[in-house]
Design a binder for this molecule. Structure first.
Ligand SMILES: Cc1cc2nc3c(=O)[nH]c(=O)nc-3n(C[C@H](O)[C@H](O)[C@H](O)COP(=O)(O)OP(=O)(O)OC[C@H]3O[C@@H](n4cnc5c(N)ncnc54)[C@H](O)[C@@H]3O)c2cc1C
Length: 381
């Protein structure tokens, strides 16, 4: 009988294998449905892999068990992760503010390091191997087969079926939804702005109440809006779905560096004769958006500070970076083993833990992998 079977060679599964190997355990089999491991990992951070964040705050994650999450991240947070990457996997790291990347700024560096460490120690990653049921070929099984975001990468929600074959109780799962994802809008007048990027402060209003604010690049698209700050707001939107969303819009402050009165003075100075208004405002904002603003009303400064975009929902899992929901963390022990099946562990995105952009989600993949691997190593010794 094998010591450990790992289902899924994505971020968490590969790291779990590395951590076990570093503890001297090599009787491991890793199964991956794709013809190569780490497909999604390669896509992370636009191919640069934002693998952690030096000031991860547990309270920024969505989860059903924030205390357990804080404990796991407290034990296996940024520092032990960075240490493992640099000293065990030989990946030199680099930071951009709090965001941590491999020094090469290439996700392939991270994947190659994880993969080589595993293969150099004689552990096989069996590709093209879809695991559709849990058997007892190994003393310990680690389910690391991901959530539902970017299903083309191999994580298409089948993890929940695997888990559900042993955890029959439906209340063990939180509903899943795409998160860190773009918003759809039905506003037709913003369609011509597709491709335009602006620095803005975005406020999310749900049922007429302001529920979140983000600053960053707003990207107009042919379906609605995108950009990192939009994607961050989608996490808050997800939280409100269960409570019921009757109305939703984003208010964009398109000139955040000026208050409304100063901006109103500026606008007034430019359009005293009322002629060719959009062109005269184009020194403040691109002409195309000035045309939309002037078509919406006369309070131009007000519209620039409060440019409303109605939201009809988020895009789907194909476009999402992470899954909101999944197996409740509360149904797992601190080591990520299932409470009523302690020889089976669930790690990574399959668990109901998701974080904002900025290295939070890979950090959870690594942290959960460390917690499971260290526990298995102790139990095997
Ligand atoms: C485009 C994009 C960019 C991202 N960028 C970042 C970033 O910069 N920083 C960050 O922190 N997070 C980022 N994320 C999120 C991050 O990539 C994920 O949270 C993380 O990869 C989850 O790791 P995981 O091991 O749980 O799942 P995955 O990495 O999805 O791996 C699961 C693996 O299991 C395999 N598998 C599934 N089912 C089976 C089965 N039944 N049998 C065998 N194999 C199976 C899959 O093929 C897959 O290889 C990004 C996500 C996307 C989509």
């Amino acid at each position: 009988m094998l010591d450990v079977a790992i289902i899924g060679a994505g971020a968490s599964g590969l790291m779990c294998a590395c951590r076990l190997i570093s503890a001297g355990i090599t009787d491991i089999a890793v199964f991956e449905r794709n013809d190569r491991p780490g497909k999604k990992l390669l896509a992370t951070g636009n191919g640069r892999c934002n693998l952690s964040n030096s000031s991860v705050r547990p309270e920024e994650y969505n989860t059903d068990d924030p205390y357990k999450l804080a404990d796991i991240l407290g034990a296996y947070g940024f520092e032990p992760t960075a240490d493992f990457f640099e000293k065990t996997l030989n990946v030199m790291l680099s930071s951009r503010d709090d965001l941590i990347y491999p020094r090469t700024f290439k996700s392939s560096t991270v994947l190659d390091a994880l993969r080589s460490y595993i293969e150099d120690h004689g552990v096989k990653i069996t590709t093209g191997s879809f695991v559709d049921k849990l058997d007892d070929k190994a003393k310990y099984t680690v389910i690391a087969s991901g959530g539902m975001a970017m299903p083309v990468s191999g994580s298409d929600g089948n993890s929940y079926k695997l888990i559900n074959s042993i955890v029959k109780d439906k209340t063990a799962f939180c509903d899943v939804r795409p998160s860190l994802v773009q918003f759809n809008s039905s506003d037709r007048d913003i369609r011509p702005l597709s491709g335009m990027r602006l620095n803005a402060v975005l406020s999310l209003y749900i049922n007429k109440e302001k529920v979140a604010e983000e600053q960053g690049e707003l990207l107009f698209t042919d379906y609605g809006i995108s950009g990192i700050c939009t994607m961050q707001l989608s996490r808050i939107y997800d939280r409100y779905i269960a409570k019921g969303i009757k109305s939703c819009y984003v208010s964009a402050d398109l000139v955040p560096e000026h208050d409304k009165d100063t901006l109103a003075e500026e606008v007034k100075r430019r359009i005293t004769d009322g002629k060719d208004i959009s062109s005269r405002l184009s020194g403040i904002l691109p002409k195309e958006i000035c045309e939309v603003i002037t078509s919406r009303g006369r309070d131009i400064a007000g519209l620039m500070k409060d440019f409303k975009i109605s939201i009809t929902g988020t895009r789907d899992f194909e476009h999402a970076q992470v899954t909101y929901g999944g197996l409740k963390l509360g149904r797992l022990n601190d080591s990520l083993s299932i409470k009523e099946h302690e020889d089976i562990y669930v790690i990574g995105e399959a668990v109901n833990v998701d974080g904002p952009c900025g290295g939070y989600n890979l950090q959870w993949a690594w942290s959960s992998a460390f917690a499971a691997a260290d526990d298995i190593a102790v139990r095997l010794s």
